[in-house]
Design a protein around this ligand. Structure first.
Ligand code: LMR
Length: 410
């Protein structure tokens, strides 16, 4: 019966990683998947995470019982506080409903499914808008949640490499009332270009005027500026406006917990929502109703690590330092790659590499140049020309710059 199943195309990011792993060429370089590497090119377990894991292993109270459907309550609270701030009015007023989720993807999937069930615009499920370009998995999640293909709003100014705010605002203004607008809270993936604080205010104005529902994807808190609070500014601006909104969070990057699949989904109810306690309870029950038939309940280990880091002031302080260290290494790689491209005379203006923020650089290399880099130099990056800057090391940056020169000139 399965003989006619057609093969699905490989995932543009994780499929690329599999191709990289299968490549036996010595000296191959992966700049594809967004995963932090040390300057030796090795995966990084944050020392604070390692210590919390050792404490968990030594604790006789640690067991492997099921977590509740919506996850560990302590994790829910700490995670929401991390993005919304400890003095958040919406949290104090009981307007934030947080569920543990299978990292950012899981949070998006549960959140969009919830919206597909309960958000109605003139009786129909909402349209979901994603930026162009965006993280490739956004395009998969929306139809899989039953909402059909995502619509798009313009985001990038290809010439400057910055945000095309005029086109973005125009497209948001044209979105039907009640549409869901997916926004990257900071460190936009793949462009590394974020709206300025003033531009976020303009976006908020259009969102309010048009009655849109913002869905903030926060996968890189701490990676844009190296500062957790600064990177939450866009989300807090919207939360302070007292509007309905949805937030996804991931601890894959900022705690290096990629494979633990730990993240959170928060539904923020607008200020003035009638019978807010009843509404919040109902929302939580419906989030659980999405999760239970999908994967029953989330895994425990990552949530316990996150609680150990977020809930202990000494561990939290140490985490902040380690996070700033990761962001700093990425910054160093930006400077080094730009300098090497300038020094070897690679045609083009590479200043966007140092102007962009977060984990990625959107180089402007064409799909053809990316393919050339892979076949000739065994350097892997996504076909849209995105480089994961953390994949570079002090000892490979020259090799990458020289290969980029070759690709640009051929
Ligand atoms: C990426 O963009 O490379 C990461 O978010 C990993 C992923 O799941 O795609």
């Amino acid at each position: 019966v399965f003989a006619g199943v057609p093969e699905a195309p490989p995932d543009p990011i994780l499929g690329l990683n599999s191709a990289f792993l299968a490549d036996e060429t010595p000296g191959k370089i992966s700049l594809g998947v967004g995963a932090f590497r040390t300057d030796e090119g090795k995966p990084y377990v944050l020392p604070v995470v390692k210590r919390v894991e050792q404490q968990l292993a030594a604790d006789p109270a640690t067991n492997h019982e099921y977590l509740p459907i919506d996850g560990l309550p302590a994790f829910q609270k700490l995670s929401a506080e991390l993005i919304l701030g400890k003095d958040c009015t919406a949290m104090n007023e009981g307007r934030v409903v947080t569920s543990q989720a299978l990292s950012g993807t899981g949070a998006l999937r549960v959140g969009i499914t919830f919206l597909a069930r309960f958000l109605r615009t003139s009786g129909s499920p909402p349209a979901v808008y994603i930026p162009t370009p965006t993280w490739s998995n956004h395009r998969n999640i929306v139809p899989d949640a039953g909402l059909g293909d995502a619509r798009t709003y313009r985001y990038l100014d290809a010439t400057s490499g910055g945000v095309d705010i005029t086109s973005m605002l125009a497209d948001l203004s044209d979105a039907p009332k009640g549409s869901v607008i997916v926004l990257h809270g900071c460190a936009h993936n793949p462009t590394g270009a974020d709206p300025s604080p003033a531009q976020w205010k303009e976006i908020l104005t259009v969102v309010r005027e048009r009655g849109l529902l913002p869905f903030f994807d926060n996968a890189y808190q701490g990676f844009a500026s190296g500062d957790l609070d600064a990177d939450a500014a866009s989300v807090r601006l919207f939360a302070d406006a007292g509007i309905d909104m949805v937030l996804s969070q991931s601890f894959a990057k900022n705690m290096g917990l990629y494979g633990q699949r730990i993240g959170a989904l928060s539904v923020v109810l607008a200020a003035g929502t009638p019978d807010v306690a009843v509404a919040a309870k109902a929302v939580r029950s419906q989030l659980k109703a999405v999760v239970r038939p999908m994967y029953s309940s989330p895994p425990a280990h990552g949530a316990r690590i996150a609680v150990g880091v977020l809930g202990d002031s000494a561990n939290y302080a140490e985490w902040k330092k380690e996070l700033a260290g990761m962001a700093g290494r990425i910054g160093d790689m930006r400077t080094a790659l730009k300098a090497a491209l300038d020094a070897n005379g690679t045609p083009g203006d590479w200043s966007r590499i140092v102007n962009q923020i977060g984990m990625f650089s959107y180089t402007g290399l064409s799909a053809q140049q990316v393919a050339y880099l892979r076949t000739k130099h065994h350097i892997y990056m996504t076909s849209n020309g995105r480089i994961s800057m953390a994949g570079l090391t002090t000892s490979t940056v020259q090799q990458v710059a020289d290969a980029m020169k070759d690709a640009v000139e051929n």
